[in-house]
Design a protein around this ligand. Structure first.
Ligand SMILES: NC(=O)c1ccc[n+]([C@@H]2O[C@H](COP(=O)([O-])OP(=O)(O)OC[C@H]3O[C@@H](n4cnc5c(N)ncnc54)[C@H](O)[C@@H]3O)[C@@H](O)[C@H]2O)c1
Length: 353
């Protein structure tokens, strides 16, 4: 060290060295986020099933290296914390490996592809917590970090809307990729609303029903689009969730909470409104996908995770937990059954370890 280089201040924690597993759409977005906007962290290691892709992403991040496998990344000495952005079917094993290595992990949703696998992660974490007293898993239900979501939850909790009877939710996408069949609409799209219900109401979903209206003109093979999912909660609130994943227009997510003293709506997202002087029209634009809509929520989610790691605080304090991921998987499983069943399908869950 040269005589002019100040010694590191031991009171200031070093940057958290993050390893990112899977650098597709979401993982690459998180790498950029951590490198450009998140304080107190840097991406140290990445891996992807396609090594070329990992190399391309790492090439844009000073000091970032590529390893061949998730196992190597999780075990690496220069990785303090892991962000999993691989496809959902790999999350169980990768999350359990992080817990076994006693490293904090931010796992993109879903925690696993079925409740049994999700419960394995919950049990692995519970065993680790019993030994170290520290939770390890944060789950990427980023809507919990959206300002409007938080405001609505606070208003409901404060009783501002009175007794809630209904939540009306809408989830619309411009397009889906081939293979995005009905079960994907439940497990991949509606799963966000499933978590939002327990976030808003602080209670569990106990039953799920699916209604299939006349299909829209752009419904893909194996897809009933739009689809209406009804959820019933433990206290009797009914939630309607309209999924319309091939509108061709853009990404829209709305929530309306209907209570005895008020009705509140979030997600109107007008942004800039322009009056067109010719033609007598006015209007704005719809974001193409979820990234612009929830960019602040993703940033806040990752920043809160990094801050908790640096402070030695509970990483799952503000985020969704492994248990939330298990509950969401159990509701989605009931939703999958409801695709071919009349009436409400009950949600069954195991006790929390
Ligand atoms: N929170 C959100 O709003 C949100 C939005 C989109 C996606 N997601 C979630 O993020 C995850 C990734 O989705 P995506 O859209 O980025 O998918 P993607 O297909 O674009 O990217 C996945 C990447 O993982 C790589 N990969 C495949 N198997 C792997 C393995 N075993 N180990 C390491 N890498 C592997 C693939 O090569 C690919 O580059 C999914 O779980 C998805 O549900 C969350």
């Amino acid at each position: 060290m040269s005589s002019t280089t100040p010694a590191p201040d031991p009171a200031v924690p070093a940057d958290v060295r993050v390893g990112v597993i899977g650098v597709g759409q979401m993982g690459a977005d998180h790498v950029r986020r951590i490198s450009e906007r998140i304080k107190g962290a840097r991406v140290a290691v990445v891996t992807d099933y396609f090594r070329d892709k990992a190399q391309e992403i790492a090439g844009a991040v000073p000091g970032c290296r590529v390893v061949d496998s998730p196992e190597e990344l999780i075990g690496a000495e220069d990785v303090d914390a892991v962000l999993i952005a691989s496809p959902g079917q790999f999350h169980r094993d990768q999350a359990v490996a992080c817990i076994d290595a006693r490293k904090p992990v931010l796992c993109e949703k879903p925690l696993a592809m079925n409740p049994e696998d999700a419960y394995e992660v919950v049990r692995a974490e519970a065993a680790a917590v019993a030994e170290t007293g520290t939770p390890y898993v944060s789950l990427g239900f980023m809507r919990r970090f959206d300002r409007e979501y938080a405001e609505l939850r606070d208003a409901i909790a404060a009783g501002e809307l009175g007794r809630i009877s209904l939540l009306n939710l809408k989830h619309r996408n411009a397009h889906t990729l081939p293979g995005f069949v009905d079960t994907m609409m439940v497990y991949d799209s509606a799963v966000h609303e499933v978590d939002a219900i327990s976030y808003f109401l602080d209670e569990q979903v106990t039953g799920v029903q699916v209604l299939l209206p006349v299909a829209g003109p752009r419904a893909e093979e194996g897809q009933h689009d739009p689809m209406l999912i009804l959820f019933r909660t433990a206290s009797g609130v009914i939630v309607t969730d309209e999924l319309y994943v091939n509108t061709a227009a853009g990404y829209e997510v709305r929530t309306e909470a209907v209570g005895s003293a008020g009705i509140a709506t979030i997600g109107l997202e007008h942004g800039r409104v322009t009056t067109h002087l010719e033609g007598g029209r006015w209007g704005g634009s719809i974001p193409a996908d979820f990234r612009p809509r929830f960019i602040d929520a993703y940033d806040a989610e990752v920043q809160a995770w990094i801050a908790a790691i640096r402070e030695g605080a509970n990483v799952a304090e503000r985020s969704a937990t492994a248990w939330d991921g298990y509950l969401a998987a159990a509701v989605c499983q009931a939703g999958e059954q409801a695709l071919s069943t009349e009436g409400f399908v009950p949600v069954s869950t195991q006790p929390r370890p």
